[in-house]
Design a protein around this ligand. Sequence first.
Ligand code: BDP
Length: 687
Amino acid sequence: NAEYKAWLEYPYIQSSAVIECYSPWCSNILTVKQDHPVIKSAVRELTRGIQGMLDIEATIAESQDKDKQACIAIGTFDSNHPLITHTFSEATRTAIGSEGYAIRTNTEKDCIAIGASTPVGLLYGVFAFLRLLGTGQSIETLDVVDNPVNLLRMMNQWDNIDGSIERGYAGKSIFYTDNEITEDFDRLQDYARMLASIGINAIAINNVNVHRFETMFITERYLPDIAKIADIFRNYGVKLFLSINYASPIEIGGLNTADPLDSDVRQWWKAKVIEIYKVIPDFGGLLVKADSENRPGPFTYDRDHAEGSNMLAEALLPFGGIVIWRCFVYNCKQDWRDRSTDRARAAYDHFKPLDGQFMENVILQVKNGPMDFQVREGVSPLFGAMKHTNMMIEFQITQEYTGQQRHVCYLVPQWKEVLDFDTYAADSGSSVKRVVDGSMYGNKYSGFAAVSNIGNDHNWTGHLLAQANLYGYGRLACNPELIAEQIAKEWIMLTFGAEDEQLINTIREILLTSWHIYESYTSPLGVGWMVNPDHHYGPNVDGYEYSKWGTYHFADLQGIGVDRTIKTGTGYVAQYQGANVDLYESVATCPDELLLFFHHVPYTHILKSGKTVIQHIYDTHFDGVDRAAGLKEKWQSLKGKMDDSRHRQVADRLNEQALHAREWRDIINTYFYRKSGIPDEHQRTIY
Ligand code: BDP
């Protein structure tokens, strides 16, 4: 069952030092009146954690019963909880925002106090405290003040009502079966807990591709059941959003248009939104994929995306609801010979000219890169480019292009690189993380979204180690300054226990090297794709090369790569700002790992590493296979250090990965050997 409980298993602490440090405080919990469902969740979690990790059955009392025993005191600042009032200064209280918390060791009153302005803040405070315990930190002199950096920390489920999950690699949906909403509320509640434990505060529960049945989610056919899901998530501070079909007024409204400027259409949406808020009074808002990959949108009516989204925003505004409008808009039926329609340019070309035209409750949701969640690509130049527009970043936790949860690929280091990327949109402090936390341009709304990687597999994520990506995403959304290594270590300790150094170091090394290993045996130097069409698993160098999707590598007998320069290519480089333009425009300065994303070069081009492109391809692919095999061996050394079931599960996946890595190596190397005719310097076998 450990795999199901994931990082919330709360395994019994072995270290006597930690037990001695925590036990005296943890037998008594002094709380405020538990009249709020989120406070109930917080108290339940605290007792559960203490029970699991310390084997202590804590007594719970309301504050007035305090009789001088050591305790954990929890309460909101306005609750008149004497210990909370005594512990936190005015300055601390004002420093805590609506979802922040403070934890302090009050030796005078003999308590560890967890205080917050709101019940949700309290819940986060409890999870933070349990994290300290689970990772064995001392609490003798705690003085923590913490606020989530990003306002919206959102999960996007790509679940369909028939129970399937688009790009899901961990079984079926936990939300839906056979065209009905699930009745397994326990599982949903466990998911809500997991999300709250990492600070997620919003969830869109259906796929962005909204088809016939999901279109009816906003009708009485489904709304009452959706309200029940909202109840479950609300108890953990997570707001519910729905993805909608832009053509709803036609498909379910009986109108003959969905034109955003048509007054009947506007009226229809207004009435619809009122209907939704009647059943879900704290409904978050609507998530929209429009004019993308055959989904309907405002373009049909010759309207732009500001007109398209503002119509919905207007309907939501009176309720405080928001429109999350995706920028993944491109022509998916383009002519592959026409490089001026470079897909990488599309989002910027569509949206940049609309800066300043979106209503205050519209947020643009921009994928981290301009293509589509590849193992490596440039950072989307839209970040920083729209001063007067709310923006959030979209990551993909589900490993569509990064091994589909059969290969281990810890994505936090990739996300960190994106967040730290300097857009040069301002003189200083213009990294992507400052754009998406709203601080750079003082936006009203901003934040993180990501495509979830969970399903109904017992361990949630298919590959047990993929739990680390879910965990890491939430932690990063709360605080983008956390480092990838620290997040990995935390996840390992909470999942497998904090005592065994060898285990911690081994798993940490596996996680931290996994992205580069995956990259090394798949598509080289940032060019991306080379996967089998449709399902996107496994190598197929020309799988997309001659199709309509705009995803090419342009390999011929002389060279490879996409020329995206201003001078001779698609001009995409011009979408960047400041020093990034020169950096990418010139072959001489473009970083190796993105060379083929920005340039078309001969196979004999010499990289900064001193190797030719072709030799780099051969070497990384041989090396990647060796390193993938090494992961398997490393994991083997952990046998006996955890339950067999978890050990076997990961061992099986790592075996499969090692095999598939060879397939990648052989296909890629053979392809380029035959294209280029240039042999491997080291004369290894290339088939
Ligand atoms: C691509 C997926 C596709 C999604 C699309 C999107 O292949 O299934 O619908 O992104 O983000 O990565 O809308």
